[in-house]
Each structure stands twice: as C-alpha cells, then as structure tokens.
Design a protein around this ligand. Structure first.
Ligand code: ZN
Length: 249
C-alpha cells in the first residue's frame, strides 16, 4: 500500500503548503540565519514533496528489505516512463547515509527504484560538512521525512578505526584521517563493555552519527521536533540480507 503513497503529485491529495513555504519553515528553525536561493528552492523541479509520514517511510523500507531478504523478484520502477516522470524533478522519501562498501547498495537492500532514496555514501557512513549539507538539503529542500544511518556487518572503515584504537595502526594516504570521526564511537563502545567487538563498534558508530544529526543540525532538530522528520540508525547483515533497526532493540 505504501508504494502507492510515494507517488506524488497525482492531484488526489489535499492542498499542501508550497515547497518554498516548507523550506522557509524548516530553515527558520535554524538558530543561525540561513537562506535558500531561488535556484536551490527550484532544485526539486517543482515536484511536491513526498506525502509519506516518517513512520510510513520507515515501513516502506522495512517492507522492501523483507522482500530483498527472501529474494522476492526486484520490481522497482526503472523504465523510461519513470525516467521521464522524474526528469521534471525529484521527491525522494528517505535520506540514506550509508557506507561505500560494494556489498551494501541501498536501493537493492530496500527494493527501491529511481527517485526514491537520496543517498550520502562514504566509507564508514560518517558525516562531514559536505555530507551534513547534503542531508540538510534532502530534508529541508527535497522534503524527505526520514533519515536512515546504515552501518553494516564487517565494515572495513570501522575495523580500521578499531585497529587505530586497539593497536595504534597507521594507514596510507588520508585513510587514517578519514576514520578519525569513527574513533569516538569505538572508544565509547569500549568504555561500556571493557572489550569491544567490530560489531559493537559498527552499531555504536551508526547510533552516534544518527544522534549527532539530531543534536548538531538545527535544521534537522527543528523538523524532528515538529514530527515531520525521523532519524534512525540501522545495521545491515551481509549474509542474512537483514536490516536491524536499532530503535527497535
Ligand atoms: Zn563499511
């Protein structure tokens, strides 16, 4: 049923606030004055935002992952008709903060097609300024009602951070610098249990990134407080194909 809900702009929905009004409302919540230029405000192509609530968006991902996990044939909209529809603008329903790992492709894990997920990916699913700006764009300009921070089993970036903490490991280039943002999560996980496993660190990292999004971005915080946005952390199991929602634990 939710698949139908994410189709936007069919004229059957009640009048909704204009996109610019929603953007202005979201940005007005920021403590520091922010502005959205007319060009940025038009970036979604005039397409109405997703009509899903945060919980409906989350249910849609859960449904898609259930189908992926039991190997239901993939049937996401990818054809010309959908491409033409999206050429005029986008209205994704979820910002997905995930790892670059080749085994963790968000659209496939959640059975989604074109125009549904606004994805921020890097090794270790961390959030720097570029990532945070992308996430804020996804929620404040494109109107996504959900942000998911997705860690995964046997994450190489988190493993590298663990090696730094446990063995003072060194890595070539800027890899060591890249995993720095993961270190606080590893240290916190170690503090709680004494010893820390890679999976403890993966979960701690995903939870920490999600928590910081809600506390460090006034744009995100404001939308969450209004009930228009949900931020959740999750862990993907490589062989089971299962996404565990950490808020459900
Ligand atoms: Zn990873």
């Amino acid at each position: 049923m939710f698949s139908r809900l994410c189709r936007c702009g069919d004229g059957s929905q009640p009048p909704r606030p204009g996109r610019r009004a929603l953007v202005a409302s979201a940005l007005a919540l920021a403590a520091a004055p922010l502005t959205v230029t007319p060009r940025a405000a038009r970036a979604s192509g005039g397409v109405p935002h997703s009509l899903l609530t945060p919980d409906q968006a989350l249910a849609l991902l859960k449904e898609g992952n259930d189908e992926f996990r039991v190997e239901t044939p993939y049937h996401a909209a990818l054809g010309r008709e959908r491409r033409v529809e999206l050429a005029g603008g986008q209205a994704p329903f979820c910002v997905l903060v995930g790892c670059s790992d080749s085994r963790v492709p968000p659209e496939l894990l959640f059975g989604r097609g074109l125009g549904e997920l606004f994805i921020v990916r890097n090794a270790g699913n961390t959030v720097d300024t570029a990532a945070l700006g992308s996430i804020e764009y996804g929620v404040a300009v494109l109107g996504c009602p959900l942000v998911v921070v997705l860690g995964h089993e046997n994450c190489g970036a988190v493993a590298a951070a663990l090696e730094v903490v446990q063995a003072n490991a060194r890595f070539p280039g800027v890899i060591g610098e890249m995993v720095q943002p993961i270190l606080p999560a590893v240290l916190a996980a170690r503090q709680g249990s004494g010893a820390v496993t890679l999976d403890d660190a993966v979960v701690a990292n995903a939870r920490r990134v999600a928590r910081r999004l809600k506390t460090q971005s006034t744009v995100i915080q404001g939308l969450v407080e209004q009930g228009r946005l949900k931020v959740v952390a999750a862990r993907y199991d490589l062989d089971d194909g299962d996404v565990i929602w950490l808020e459900d634990l």
